[in-house]
Design a protein around this ligand. Structure first.
Ligand code: AMP
Ligand code: MN
Ligand code: MN
Length: 329
């Protein structure tokens, strides 16, 4: 019972699991972002400093803007599981399906540890360190490493900082707490150069990305407090860009004055599904819940879903749904 009060996140038993084991698996979600990858790499390095082995798995390749993170070359996509691990960590991933093609392999592991900050997390693992008040999964990994007595070296600091920076929207969103800034300060003291990380993540765009952005911005529409943009497969072909280049595009619609909800509709490669990115600037409109109706999820202010159906049809349904939410709030 002591744990409930002094360890509300349930970190103590996970630290004990780490101390008792030698070999660990560390996984994260499809379309991985800097919080996912940075958290994986920081944990792997912490385990290595304790003399433990780890393997790093993701269903999708490491995006270009995360390849500067120390250790990212270790991440791979396995085709079969030939190894036994003392525990499998799954980071920043609210439901096991979000592991993508590695989901079945990971779910089959005897001991699973779910470390996440999504409010919709289903606490599906044997051990769950889930705190929706954490601004990033990196914050939870930082707490776990502290519990394990691992000091924050420069490489760990760089990886954790990347997660904090991006999940708080460059320290702009409402999840930017005093605790986040204190942690960022500690990471800078440990050797992070904020300008270098920002350059790698935000200022290393390929020209193809800018060409894609130009096409996407030309589709911008607005109806009162709702704004949306569209991305088609033809735009990818014309610009030579790839899906990871579209990361963050929805924010151009979000950042218009007077906007409460912004959407990006992206035509699926097969034409039979549509990815929707949702952003809310109004605390009364929870896009996690709206995305949930389409089989997706995320956070109250940033969520997504992959919806079966052609883009025009999905667009009509989702716009109606969001207009209703705006009308009721
Ligand atoms: P995005 O719009 O892709 O930047 O995603 C914003 C947030 O929603 C992130 O926290 C994602 O993890 C989450 N998210 C995006 N797409 C999905 C999906 N298909 N299912 C569940 N969560 C999603
Ligand atoms: Mn993430
Ligand atoms: Mn996250």
């Amino acid at each position: 019972m002591k744990n409930r009060i002094s360890d509300p996140r349930g970190i103590t038993p996970v630290a004990a699991l780490v101390r008792g084991g030698t070999s660990f698996l560390i996984c994260g979600h499809v379309r991985p972002d800097p919080d996912c990858i940075g958290s994986q790499l920081a944990l792997a390095r912490g385990l290595s400093r304790l003399g433990k082995r780890s393997e790093l798995w993701l269903a999708d390749p490491v995006p270009e803007n995360c390849r500067f993170l120390p250790g990212s070359e270790r991440i791979r996509t396995p085709s079969a599981d030939g190894r036994a691990f003392d525990a499998a960590f799954v980071l920043d991933t609210p439901r096991p399906e979000r592991l993508g093609v590695i989901a079945d392999l990971v779910r089959g592991m005897p001991v699973t540890v779910n470390v996440d900050h999504h409010p919709s997390n289903t606490r599906w693992a044997a051990h769950n360190v889930v705190d929706p008040h954490a601004g990033a999964t990196a914050e939870l990994i930082h707490a776990l490493l502290a519990e394990l007595g691992v000091s924050t070296d420069r490489d760990i600091a760089v990886c954790l900082y990347a997660g904090l920076l991006t999940d708080t929207g460059r320290f702009c969103y409402s999840n930017t707490t005093p605790g986040i800034h204190r942690m960022a300060a500690e990471l800078i003291e440990a050797g992070v150069k904020p300008e270098k990380i920002a350059e790698n993540i935000y200022a290393s765009a390929r020209i193809q990305k800018i060409r894609l952005l130009a096409r996407v911005l030309a589709t911008l529409e607005r109806d009162g407090a709702l704004a949306w943009i569209r991305l088609t497969q033809a735009m990818y072909r014309e610009s030579g860009a790839s899906p990871e280049d579209a990361e963050g595009f929805v924010n151009y619609a979000r950042d218009l004055e007077g906007i409460r909800v912004a959407l990006l509709f992206e035509e699926g490669a097969d034409g039979g599904s549509t990815r929707v990115s949702m952003r809310s600037r109004d605390a009364r409109i929870n896009v996690d819940r709206i995305a949930g109706r389409y089989g997706g999820g995320g956070h109250g202010a940033a969520a997504g879903a992959v919806v079966p159906g052609r883009m025009e049809d999905v667009e009509r349904r989702v716009l109606d749904d969001v207009r209703n939410a705006l009308g009721g709030a």
